[in-house]
Write a protein that binds this ligand. Structure first.
Ligand SMILES: NC(=O)C1=CN([C@@H]2O[C@H](COP(=O)(O)OP(=O)(O)OC[C@H]3O[C@@H](n4cnc5c(N)ncnc54)[C@H](O)[C@@H]3O)[C@@H](O)[C@H]2O)[C@@H](O)CC1
Ligand SMILES: [K+]
Length: 572
């Protein structure tokens, strides 16, 4: 498996916490203290000058964290107004509330009281965290509505903006797909990211996400029976790269004496006359990512229009399924890409041969539509675990209408069905790797392993042909013998990095040409990451995960440097 930051569901997080507490080595109150101290520390890093903060404390342990934060900020010289509920929280939160009451009062937790104290420098949202089970109602719902106001002072969310379903990134009780929930400038979460931090609107509403270590490392094996989900951090790609001795690393560092066939041969099937651009984009991407040979295969009547550059590209006509089967008799063809610009009818005709050879194969665009037009009972009959399906949401809905419906259905009860759930179930049903495209891309294998890659700052990547380039990158990496999950994950990262490097004005044609410089940077960065201190170098390495967390934090601190200045005190 690649190295990355593991994501835990809320159930896995609860299981980890309760294993830690049952061990007798740490109490719930100690964990709460660590959590609250971590949030206060991150606040003080970013806003070093003490100011005025309002702390909104909810009915459970998230509220308990809030009382701890209030104590720490108070000791650091901040002026606090703490709003809380009169109910009896659990014993740990009750203890923290009691400690706060020895310092200051607790005002009612409602929208009217909050409206009266909003003239502050910082709002700390500790209303709900992982314990949200249903749509908020009544006074708390009104208060949460106030937290959507963009003109509020900066909001720091404890674990998540309250009301967010941390398993899905949706909002119980709200329409899916609308980013209208509470928002935060900074979210400090604990131990591991949760799916809701990086999926759907959660990715946009959390602001900067910082993961604080609260010392649960010894109990992570509790969650290890479940299929693993890794977060591919868009700004920090190197920790994902496999170790130097692994196939992916040697793949990036092509051996100087490597024969071209050692780097594989990707076959990109193209469509009929006047529709070859998409397949050519895929082919250029496969070449740039280092496939030793790339052959573009249109029908014979479209061959002439592919005569132009790149000259490195080979062309060979493939008329029909039997032509393709003949061509695939050459075992040096190591991966296929079917779909971009292919035409639905041609894709449907070529599918059986493309799949029967059992080789790694990307099915994109028209090939996905062709699959969806097969009778339901036999739609996925000839797929296998080296096939990668790369649907965007529209294509996904045609292939898996029931799963797509569950993703858009509003629900008052959490956890909401997530894109991660949908991708996993789809992969299991299709018995193929499923890459669900979006700003929050989810990749899942039939056995449930999954990767999530979220970008919230690359609107210009939504450009015609970008998907064709992604398909080509995957095909190129598959050709170079990367296992499907790694090929898909690395391709998604390279794709985003290419878009980021080029910036606004990007067209899909620009993407493949960014790849060489990115590969060079990755290679240099990757060797740096793996050379430090002679640590264990394969698999999920705890030190590397910690390092990633630390680097996420460094990055968050660096990004927020310009935001640190507080509003003046206002005379109080
Ligand atoms: N369990 C632990 O050991 C730790 C928990 N921590 C904090 O505890 C949080 C989880 O705490 P809880 O499980 O108490 O849950 P929350 O504090 O997230 O939720 C509070 C309570 O509200 C109730 N509730 C759920 N939905 C509601 C709704 N719509 N309207 C009204 N009430 C609703 C639930 O029954 C839950 O008990 C984490 O997010 C984190 O902030 C941290 O202190 C670290 C340690
Ligand atoms: K919260």
């Amino acid at each position: 498996m690649p190295v990355g930051s593991e994501i835990l569901t809320t159930a896995q997080m609860r299981a980890t916490e309760s294993a830690a507490m049952s061990s007798g080595r740490v109490t719930g109150a100690e964990l709460m203290e660590r959590a609250g101290r971590a949030v206060a520390g991150h606040i003080r890093l970013r806003w070093p000058r003490p100011g005025r903060a309002v702390v909104l404390c909810g009915p459970g342990n998230n509220g308990g964290d809030g009382y701890v934060i209030a104590q720490h900020l108070h000791r650091a010289g901040w002026q606090l107004r703490v709003l809380g509920l009169a109910n009896q929280p659990g014993p740990d939160a009750a203890q923290m509330r009691q400690r706060w009451q020895e310092i200051g009062p607790i005002l009612p937790l409602d929208a009217a009281t909050f409206a009266g104290v909003q003239d502050c420098d910082l709002v700390i949202d500790a209303i709900f965290g992982t314990g949200l089970t249903r749509a908020p109602t009544g006074p708390i719902a009104a208060l949460l509505a106030a937290l959507t106001d963009p003109s509020l002072p900066p909001v720091v969310a404890v674990d998540c903006p309250s009301g967010l379903c941390l398993d899905s990134g949706g909002w119980p009780g709200r329409d899916r797909g609308t980013a209208t929930g509470a928002r935060a400038r900074l979210t400090v979460a604990f131990d591991r990211p949760k799916p809701g931090h990086v999926l759907e609107s959660g990715a946009f509403r959390c602001g900067e996400l910082v993961i604080a270590d609260i010392g649960l490392g010894d109990w992570h094996h509790i969650a290890s029976n479940a299929p693993q989900t890794l977060l591919l951090h868009p700004a920090i790609p190197t920790p994902w790269l496999p170790a130097p001795q692994g196939p992916a690393f040697s793949l990036l560092a092509k051996p100087a004496d490597g024969h071209k066939f050692l780097s594989g041969h990707a076959l990109i099937l193209a469509g009929g006359p006047a529709r070859g651009g998409a397949a050519r984009l895929s082919a250029r991407a496969a070449l740039r990512v280092g496939a030793g040979l790339v052959t573009l295969a249109p029908p014979v009547d479209a061959l002439a229009e592919h005569a132009g550059p790149p000259d490195a590209l080979m062309r060979q006509p493939v008329e029909d399924a039997s032509d393709l089967a003949d061509m695939l008799a050459d075992s040096r063809i190591t991966a296929l890409c079917l779909g971009p610009g292919c035409g639905i009818e041609r894709a449907a005709g070529l599918l059986p041969s493309a799949l029967a050879c059992g080789r790694p194969c990307v099915l994109d665009a028209d090939a996905l539509t062709a699959l969806s037009q097969r009778p339901k009972a036999e739609r996925f009959r000839d797929l296998h675990d080296k096939v990668i399906l790369t649907p965007h949401m529209g294509e996904f809905a045609r292939l898996f209408p029931d799963l797509a419906n569950r993703l858009v259905a509003a629900d008052n009860t959490g956890p909401l069905f997530s894109r991660l759930d949908a991708a996993r179930q789809a992969a299991s049903r299709a018995r193929a790797v499923l890459l669900l495209k979006g700003p929050d891309t989810v990749i899942a294998t039939p056995d449930g392993s999954a990767l999530i890659h979220t970008v919230t700052d690359l609107p210009w990547l939504a450009t015609a042909g970008a998907g064709d380039v992604l398909a080509g990158l995957i095909a190129g990496l598959l050709a170079r013998s990367l296992p499907p999950l790694q090929a898909a994950g690395l391709a998604v990262q390279l794709h985003a990095l290419a878009a980021r490097r080029f910036g606004p004005g990007l067209t899909a044609d620009d993407l493949p040409d960014q790849i060489p410089a990115i590969l060079r940077d990755l290679l240099e960065g990757a060797s740096g990451v793996f050379e430090r201190g002679g640590r264990k170098k394969t698999g999920i390495d705890e030190m590397q995960v910690k390092e990633l967390h630390a680097r996420i934090e460094e990055l968050a601190v660096a990004n927020s440097f310009l935001e640190r200045k507080l509003k003046p005190w206002g005379g109080k």
